[in-house]
Each structure stands twice: as structure tokens, then as C-alpha cells.
Design a binder for this molecule. Structure first.
Ligand SMILES: Nc1ncnc2c1ncn2[C@@H]1O[C@H](COP(=O)(O)OP(=O)(O)OP(=O)(O)O)[C@@H](O)[C@H]1O
Ligand SMILES: [Mg+2]
Length: 315
């Protein structure tokens, strides 16, 4: 039987219809993704999605990569470290004030085991929700000697005792460089930086890299900026291409070749408590996030080796 992409190609293909050929292209990328196996990383990959700049796509990237990986049979734990709770919303998890959340974990009242929820959409995805109460945590734990290590300690305890093996732990960070972000960076081995394809994209990146440098120096020497992902890419504009080229020039081994297009479906999905992977599975947004996830998965051997080497060297 003719596949959907073949039908689209038959109807629109080679007729100079740009919408038609774009649909055919996305459709064949969708088919290709469905026939590919995602390699499982040998060890858990711990990734913080961070950029102190607001609205660059951190949360969108966290939830959609997590969904793409879960769809590809990877076991994923998402931790929402932003008091805004946008990742919890997008994953359809309640996060009202007073609800058990990562706030209780940081303050030592509850374990991750006790607060995590199984995602209603993906059996292999668990979510540690945030809550607005988390905005008080920075002050409340400020005097603790281990204030930067609260998440790391809780995560180590959880992973050490859990019956489940996670392939990926992905943490959504708030747009700041405060205690919550430092906790996230101390709990992971990798930072993924989403970069919005816009004029000021690289401004502020220096400050972020500097903060990561401080975390490496004082707390977590093996921490690696493993991945950059250009988001809200508009292929009709020269500017988007320029941003991608600039990031590629500065960080050739880090930036993913996949970019995430600006798409209305991506921005609509959270209002339905869904990721775009479920909301518009055949669209450009879902396909791009799945391709980005595949690129990340395929880089696992190299990334894990680099982290291992850094851990050895810092001993
Ligand atoms: N590829 C995209 N296409 C269209 N809209 C997008 C895309 N990615 C993100 N958005 C929208 O842009 C806004 C900001 O995205 P998002 O919340 O993921 O950024 P953020 O970096 O997590 O923001 P914050 O700094 O507030 O945590 C949201 O309304 C989101 O739906
Ligand atoms: Mg966010």
C-alpha cells in the first residue's frame, strides 16, 4: 500500500508547490524516524536545559525531547526546577501550590520516589513537578552548607535505590543563574543550551558559559556543555541562518545539526497539557524534536566518554 508520504509526494511532488513539497519532505522524515532505532546510552545521561535568557525554548525543548525519547522507548525522568511550572503544565502534571513537588525534595521533606508521577502520555516517562512554592526555596535553604547539592544528593539517593534504570534525566531550569540553576548544574553531567534564532541570540551566552565555568571550578569539574540547539528557526529569514552559522562556527562539535522551526503547533501544545509530539505528531515541530533527540542519542558514546575522561582527570 502507498504510504502517506508517497501519496503526498504523488499529489504535490515536483510541481513547484512549496507547501506541498514541504509536506512531502516532513512526511518522509516522519516515516524515516519511525523506522529507526534509538541507541540506548550505556549509562544514564543527566542533562540540565539551561539559559538565563527568558523565553528561548528551555521548557519546550525539555518536554519535547523527553517525549521524543520516551516515544523511542527510552526511560526518562523529567525534573521541573522552575517555580513557573511550565514543564509540569506541558506534561499534564498538576503543580498547584501545596501539591507535592521538587520543593519538598529540596527541603528534605520528601524523596524523589515520593513526589514523582508517571506521565499520563508516556509509560516510560516520570515527572518530578515543580510548584510556585519553589520560589521561596532560594531564601529558605540559603544558610545550609550543602545548599548547592540538595538536588544532587536527592537524585543520587533516588537513582541508587530505584528499581528503574533511567536512560535520561532531563532538568528544566528557570531563566536565572541562581541557586535553583546551580543545584541543577551540580546534579548533572551535561548542560544543553537552547539558543533562540534571533538578533541577540549570542548575547548573554558568555555569562552563561562563565557561570558554568564557576560551577566546574568549585563544585562539578566534569560538567560538560554537551549540546546546543537552535530554536524558533525561521528558514525564510537570513538572520536565522546567520545565528546557526555563528553558533556552528564557535561551537562546531556541540551544536546539533537539527534546528527547531518556529511553529504555531509547538506553542499551542502546552495549553492542551500536551507535548507537540502528541499534539501534532506528523508536523514539522514534532519531527524536528524527534530528529534532535536522535542526534543526542547517537552522540551518547562520545559524550559519555568525554565526561568519564573529565571525571578521571579531576580525581
Ligand atoms: N519552536 C517554537 N515555535 C513557536 N513557539 C515556540 C517555539 N519554542 C517555544 N515557543 C514558545 O515560546 C515561548 C517561550 O518558550 P519556552 O517557555 O519553552 O521558553 P523558556 O526558555 O522555557 O522560557 P522561560 O525562560 O520563561 O522559562 C512559549 O510561549 C513557547 O510556547
Ligand atoms: Mg521555561
Amino acid at each position: 500500500m502507498e504510504s502517506a508520504s508517497e501519496t503526498i509526494r504523488r499529489i504535490f511532488g515536483n510541481k513547484g508547490n512549496s507547501l506541498g513539497s514541504e509536506m512531502a519532505e516532513v512526511s518522509s522524515r516522519y516515516d524515516a524516524l519511525n523506522s529507526v532505532r534509538f541507541p540506548k546510552p550505556k549509562e544514564t545521561r543527566y542533562i540540565a536545559v539551561a539559559n538565563q535568557k527568558g523565553g528561548v525554548g528551555k521548557t519546550t525543548t525539555t518536554v519535547n525531547l523527553a517525549a521524543a525519547l520516551a516515544l523511542a522507548k527510552q526511560r526518562v525522568l523529567v525534573i521541573d526546577m522552575d517555580p513557573q511550572g511550565n514543564a509540569s503544565t506541558a506534561l499534564g502534571v498538576k503543580h498547584n501550590s501545596g501539591e507535592l513537588s521538587v520543593y519538598d525534595v529540596l527541603e528534605g521533606r520528601k524523596s524523589i520516589e515520593e513526589v514523582k508521577r508517571v506521565s499520563s502520555s508516556f509509560k516510560t516517562m516520570d515527572v518530578v513537578p515543580s510548584s510556585i512554592d519553589l520560589s521561596g526555596a532560594e531564601l529558605e535553604v540559603a544558610d545550609l552548607g550543602n545548599r548547592n547539592d540538595l538536588l544532587r544528593e536527592a537524585l543520587e539517593k533516588f537513582v541508587g535505590s530505584s528499581k528503574l534504570h533511567y536512560d535520561y534525566v532531563i532538568i528544566d531550569c528557570p531563566p536565572s543563574l541562581g541557586l535553583l540553576v546551580i543545584n541543577a548544574m551540580c546534579a548533572v553531567n551535561e548542560v544543553l543550551i537552547p539558543i533562540q534564532a534571533e538578533y541577540y541570540a549570542l548575547e548573554g551566552l558568555g555569562q552563561l558559559i562563565q557561570t558554568i565555568g564557576l560551577v566546574q571550578e568549585h563544585y562539578n569539574p566534569a560538567l560538560l556543555v554537551s549540546t546546543m540547539l537552535v530554536t524558533m528557526f525561521d528558514k525564510r529569514t537570513l538572520l536565522s541562518k546567520e545565528v546557526f552559522d555563528q553558533v556552528s562556527e564557535h561551537y562546531p562539535d556541540i551544536v546539533l545539526q537539527t534546528t527547531i522551526p518556529r511553529s504555531v503547533k509547538i506553542s499551542e501544545a502546552p495549553s492542551f497539557g500536551k507535548t507537540v509530539i502528541e499534539y501534532d505528531p506528523r508536523g514539522m515541530g514534532a519531527v524536528s524534536y524527534r530528529e534532535a533527540a536522535l542526534e543526542i542519542a547517537r552522540r551518547s558514546p562520545q559524550v559519555l566518554k568525554t565526561i568519564q575522561d573529565r571525571k578521571q582527570r579531576s580525581k
